[in-house]
Design a protein around this ligand. Sequence first.
Ligand code: SF4
Length: 711
Amino acid sequence: MARRYTHCDICLAACGMEVEVEDNRILSLRGDKDHPLTRGFLCPKGMASHEMVTDPLRLRHPYERIGDTWNRITWPEAYEKISQRLRDLISRYGRNSVALYYGGGNATSSINYMLADGFLRALGSDRMYNVLTLEFTNRYLVMEKMYGKQFCVTQPDLDRTDCLLLFGSNPMVSLDHPGIVASLKDLKKRGATFIVVDPRRTETARMADVHVDILPGTDLFMLRAIHSHIFHRDLQDKEFLERHCVGGNLLQQLPRLSPEDAARICGVPSETIVRVAEAFATARSASAVCKLGVNVSTNSTLTYWLVEALNAVTGNVDKPGGLVFNPGILDINLLSKIAGGFKKRTSHIGGFPYLTNSHPASELPRAILTDSPDRVRALIVDAGDPALSLPGSSRFDEAAEKLDLLVSVDTYMNETAQKADFVLPATNFLEKDDLYIFFPDHFPYPFAQWKHKVVDPPDEVKPEWEIFRDLSRHMGVPVLNQWPMEFMFRGGEALGRILGTPDRFAFDPKNYYRLLLGAMGKVKFGKLMKNPHGVKAGDIRFGAALKRMATRSRKIEVAPVEFVDALKRVDPASERSDRFPLILITGERSPHTKNTQLRGVTSLTKKQSGNSLRINTEDAASASIQDGDRVKVITENGAAAVQANVTDDIRPGVVSLTHGWGRKLFHPETRPSPERQGANANLLTGDENLDALCGMPVYNAIFCAILPDER
Ligand code: SF4
């Protein structure tokens, strides 16, 4: 029996794991008590993750679909057939006829992303789409405009702050920072003010000193009123604005929105807005943070900007207890530059900025369905399920029909894979080596842990990096789109064969990260190997980021002109109509699922086998709906039937349906199960309701009606 240390890869908290293994079987899996950040904690998802290894539904072989029949094929056949069809499409329709979408299925798998991205670039296509553009690119746009770099993401100094203000965040369930539960409890214990703005009385809101149960989609107006009140009462940090920022005057000169006017729009008392503004501005240190609930709502970029700017206006950036910058274990912006840099182009459908080197994924169906000669004809989907994740699912279904080639690289036959021409079976995180480098803001300081493979994958399953390496070679393009790297590793592989150690110098995660960390890492590969629980690679150096802002002014740009102009054009949230009197939110997190993933983990699906519609007691009573009744949710985009969960934990007028459901369990050889898990919330969303600045879809704040489901 061997004991191995690794970390969970299901979400960005990357909790440490201790796994006992014998004969390539996992005997036990628990939290790693010696992990410096998570100290033995694992949530139910992490605890059950070993079931993914043995799940009978998982993919174990490559398949090709001919009509409705799935045929098992060998890897060489799969590579040859896919490459042939890609080559054919590129020669007939050009390089941009091939697109790639990567999802969150490997959130922390950096090498997976790098190889997939490198593959598409090497083919010469710019048609990259990714899951970040559904949830996070508003923040990359804000970071670029305010701090000069896309990957310059700030995080709250949770362990020191005297006031924490959260917008649209439920960390007690999302758990996406290591040790977050302990940090929030400690924050309460030391008497810091804790404010949560959320239309639901979430698990986190229950802990707060102030819970602002705002109307979805109106956070921007509350923030405008907070800024107005701070300037009106002269509570801004003038010295900080003068020394470290430009544009403070533009913010100050915005037309005033009074707490009373904002209160009418946001559905909260004006006194609460004043209380929040004053508590935040007068705290010794404070951090305001905007997360998913707002990111996927109306005006997400402007809202994120005003949250970020609130920290600057009150002098709470790059100081203890404020927002801090974690530089991580290597410079991601430099790494991206080496890989070709962030392109300054705009997306070809909607003209949105090309953030994270990607078109907004909300445009993908239209990029396939357009009549334009350079439309997308081949789509490779890596660790993602756009058929369920994209807004307006029916549009993706229509687009998938029009594709000449759809390839899915995944662990399961998800809804996208079920429409594919080829499915390629990929490893789960317990079966591959990797290193988490792209989201340092989820750690309190620069930190790295090697993610050790704990078991070999079964049958013909391969890690994604290997699939993209092999596809690159079949297409005659270099791995990572870098010929010097390709030549070096091919030479190494030839030498390894001569020496009888073929893997010693081959392209694989260990050899790649050894090189990368040797060249630009703050921690060396050998040190990672010697410290299986992870390595602290430095401290947050307060004040350092302020001295090297990458903006033209070398200061924080608190009021980028395009944001100010866009803000002036925003109308208060539209009124609800008689036809659609309620507001639907779909971004809620659940303790037993992760977006569209974990479909086959039986112990989790036993705890939650579908989603239900949270509806306030008053709204349920006026629609004659009882707890547990089947109801139909209707929006202007579509309808979905689901069970009602009548509760007082959501404000009247708002209903919530968790996304990621509506999935049909399927395996190419055991055939479909009749069972469908839950209802697909994206039948209710639309791909034309987008943030005006970054093109992210609106999943929250959708007008809807509820009727009893008569079937
Ligand atoms: S919190 Fe995230 S990383 Fe930690 S065990 Fe749960 S799913 Fe895994």
